[in-house]
Design a protein around this ligand. Structure first.
Ligand code: HEC
Length: 282
């Protein structure tokens, strides 16, 4: 009885220790944070584990058995089947093969029981408590985030019509292009765009085509095989337009120590306005 009291006190002490731990991990409001949820699941599982272990120890101690020896005996008995007793002959022969009613190995039964326990936890988690999200909910959440991002992007004026690109000339756009170039591009293209690892961007010769449309696309998609990354996830469309416009504003600056031209000479195709064509036809 004395022993029991001591263990009971120990048990309360342990639970009292685990609860503040859980309180720290538990989010104050039902925040949908996957990390907090995981921590919560772990904490609750840990608490259950601690309580179950203590209950077990109390039970075994009351039976005056060494708990470790008891545990060892049980594990050994459950995991390794006892030497096969003579299996009952069910009296069925097919193709000269006799059917015997062999004992199912304990580990197999435990695996089976494990799947039932898993299914139960899974059901509680996904369908009753709703701690983990079903894929339909995850999908909806992604759509909501994407729409939000789209809204933010549209509100920031970061999108442009890529089909009607023009090289900008206004000071503000060129200034932003300049700043970005001297942060992200000069290491490969040189501080004055005369070329280092990357080609000279100030001459009329282009590997991937000159003019705002080609330059825009080269910056957007990058040339990953040659070491230039795609910048479309780094900058908004408007920013890429600004950088491209800045690069083109450097045409003919011929910086000292610039690399010799690479690629083809680019000549801007002459765009005949629709009106002119109509007028000519008339
Ligand atoms: C890690 C080095 C590196 C960085 C950083 C880099 N580039 Fe490049 N860039 C290259 C290389 C290499 C090429 C040549 C690709 C080829 O040979 O096909 C290139 C090609 C280009 C071209 C096409 C040139 C042509 O002749 O057609 C443009 C335009 C360009 N870069 C602009 C930029 C801009 C703008 C930035 C910054 C936002 C940038 N690059 C950052 C390495 C880089």
């Amino acid at each position: 009885m004395k022993k029991m009291n001591m263990i009971t006190r120990l048990l309360f002490l342990l639970i009292a220790g685990v609860i503040p731990l859980a309180a720290q991990v538990l989010p104050a409001a039902p925040v949908k944070d996957p990390a907090a949820e995981l921590a919560l699941i772990f904490t609750v599982s840990f608490m259950i584990f601690v309580i179950a272990t203590l209950m077990y120890i109390i039970g075994v101690m009351n039976a005056n058995v060494d708990p470790i020896a008891e545990l060892y005996f049980k594990i050994k008995h459950y995991v390794i089947p006892p030497p096969s007793e003579v299996a009952a002959d069910v009296g069925h022969v097919y193709d000269d093969i006799k059917e015997l009613d062999n004992r199912i190995p304990p580990w197999f039964n435990y695996l089976f029981a494990g799947t039932i326990v898993f299914a139960f936890i899974y059901m509680i988690d996904y369908h009753v408590a709703g701690i983990s999200k079903l894929s339909a909910d995850e999908y909806m959440e992604e759509i909501v985030t994407a729409n939000l991002q789209k809204k933010i992007m549209l509100a920031s004026g970061g999108t442009i019509n890529e089909n009607a690109l023009i090289a900008l000339k206004d000071a503000e756009s060129l200034k932003e292009g300049d700043e970005i170039f001297h942060k992200f591009c000069f290491t490969c293209h040189g501080p004055q765009a005369g070329g280092l690892v990357g080609p000279n961007l100030t001459d009329e010769y282009w590997i991937h085509g000159g003019g705002i449309k080609n330059v825009y696309n080269t910056i957007k998609k990058g040339v990953p095989t040659k070491g230039m990354i795609s910048w479309e996830l780094v900058f908004s469309q408007k920013q890429i337009q600004n950088i491209g416009s800045y690069v083109l504003s450097l045409q003919g600056t011929n910086p000292p120590g610039g690399k010799s031209p690479e690629g083809q000479k680019y000549v801007e195709p002459v765009v005949v306005a629709q009106d002119t064509v109509k007028q000519k036809a008339m």
